[in-house]
Design a binder for this molecule. Sequence first.
Ligand code: GLN
Ligand code: ZN
Length: 763
Amino acid sequence: MTTVTNLGFPRMGAKRELKQALEAFWRGEVSPQQLQDTARHLRERHWRLQREAGAEVVPCNDFSLYDHVLDTAFLFDAIPDRYRVLADADALAGYFALARGTQRDGFDLQALEMTKWFDTNYHYLVPELTQGQVFRLRGDKPVAEFLEAKALGLQARPVLLGPVSFLLLSKTVDGSDRLALLDRLLPVYVELLGKLKQAGAEWVQIDEPCLVLDQDGDDHDAYRKAYAAFAAAGRPRLLLTTYFGATGDNLALVNTLPVDGLHIDLVRAPGQLDAVLDALPPERVLSLGLVDGRNIWRTDLDRAMALARRVQDRIGNRRMQLAPSCSLLHVPVDAALETALPSDLRSWLAFARQKLEELRLLSHALKGLMPAYTELDRAREVIEARRASGKVHRAEVAARVAAIDGSAVRRHSGYPARQRAQQARLKLPLFPTTTIGSFPQTRDVREARARHKSGKLPVEGYDAFIAAETERCVRFQEALGIDVLVHGEFERNDMVEYFGEQLDGFAFTRHGWVQSYGSRCVKPPIIYGDVQRPAPMTVRWSQYAQSLTERPMKGMLTGPVTVLQWSFVRDDQPRSVTCRQIALALRDEVLDLEAAGIGVIQIDEPALREGLPLRRQDWRAYLDWAVECFRITSAGVADDTQIHTHMCYSEFNDIIDAVVAMDADVISIETSRSRMELLDAFVKFHYPNQIGPGVYDIHSPRVPDVGEMVALLRKARAVLKPEQLWVNPDCGLKTRGWPETHAALQAMVEAARILRYEATVTA
Ligand code: GLN
Ligand code: ZN
């Protein structure tokens, strides 16, 4: 019989109960036992919820107190030596030290490096391995959670991160080959699978998401070896699970692996179905990822049904399972809680619970159960209503997007002419100093905003507060002698939400939280309709700030790609189209800022790189439209208006040609932690425009001294022309306090002066 299954469920709880418990635990307010109790209650609640929503197979070991990759490393005892004493003495303390560092009880340990989980906004901790790595089972989390479900009368399917993906997502700290560790790792997997079998597990979901990436011959050898080692008896049946894309050129390999089932993502990659079916080994179960685990829209059930019918015709019900495309970790729990949204919009949404209900409906319909058809009709009406809604489609917006032509994406003159015009207007010294935008968002600022939002602080009072903070910030920068000022961004809660709230086509949920890392959750805006800007969004505060000073005031905007990337996006048109709409709205904002006398405008694109598709063959197309959107936003200004952009990372080797093509007059990037090494790409490719390589790390309260910053700047000057260089921190200062900000910026301005002096004596 066609079975409805799930691959993973959000861990936090609909009201972020896990977040609260974790943070209370870290503050020392709840005991380890209380934390574990909360975790257990959440697991139980979520299993029941999934069963009630229609999942016949529920996952276990998908839960984590922080991160499932860290859990895997911990389980296999892949713990770097420096954490070992603590982890042996107190497992939970050791686990959290790996996750977030610790400075307690005489320990001073930094957290493991964190990075993005494929192309999601979830971050995992990167396991650190060494050549001599010894793996062994530490604890029995997957078995314990399986037994916990069993005690509740549920036959759960444990989820394990597969051995090859685990190694590929890890790093070695001694330059040795990760995959060479496979021989040492496999016996531990075999032992674990044996234990799960003994505990009564019939199936195990073994995730190998790296199978949707470009994999080379060595990777393929590793999969072959790993799954051959699992072929021996004494283990549960294995569902090899792929998601986030097509198996593509890895499919032939996948077909040779001795597993019992295969899960494929038919939302991201419906096109792979025929190839998968044509070569599906006899008896292999096929799990169809039919509802979108990455987005919040109701499924077009007719389309899903058509795919499922094709499979049914070929392999019959017995070998077929219905599932979300990937773990539901990436969506919120329950759309029914969003009672504040307009009811039509709410009816278009499906969060984790609704997605499982959709799968149940599909399964009923496939079995030919009559009541399912009336429900299907209703679902179809909702999809139709969304398709036809006047809230979604605005003819003017479509017309404007269609009319974008070459002239909209080209500045009037090339960079050299612009540079001259800007210098004539701005008259900046060599090595001009600036900051990335935000200044400390202190408790006062957050409290004032919260009071304003809840209606306790009327708008006049709030505005007066923001004006006072802004003025203080301007005077602060003037006193330090910074050259290009910012207003401080005190009026902004979040760099995407602030714009989304002022644009048509965006909606905001109350409980739509998604885990970003550890206890940190984000509530992405929902872009449901054509995007338009009813009125200027930032002009007022920028203009006010400019009125306070003779120095140039930089206008601050979040770029179109970043707004897109950090939102739940429409699934009824290509991302590129939505991005162009946002770009046009921001273009109008740029022109309004310019008309209001703002001569320097920064368009932040910290998410540009993370939007890169998983497969290299798709990069070009993405970068082309991403760059085009940045240019739509920025290219309308006069030559003497200076466009800046900012990106908070520095791995540019892969995308440097796209960064050049953005043609910002100035780009600021993070480079201090890599000691300027990451400037390489800009040097190698003869980056033609100006660049501000961050001279100090804003992620740490540590105040750098003048000498350090001078040393970094000299390194940059050695490889770039002095006229190209700006002096700025790595990123915005909103998480810092005022005293350290003062000390660090004072030192930064001094460092710039020293570089200027050196330029005059060597000239
Ligand atoms: N202008 C933003 C700030 O300073 C940029 C933030 C970011 O790069 N993520 O806060
Ligand atoms: Zn940044």
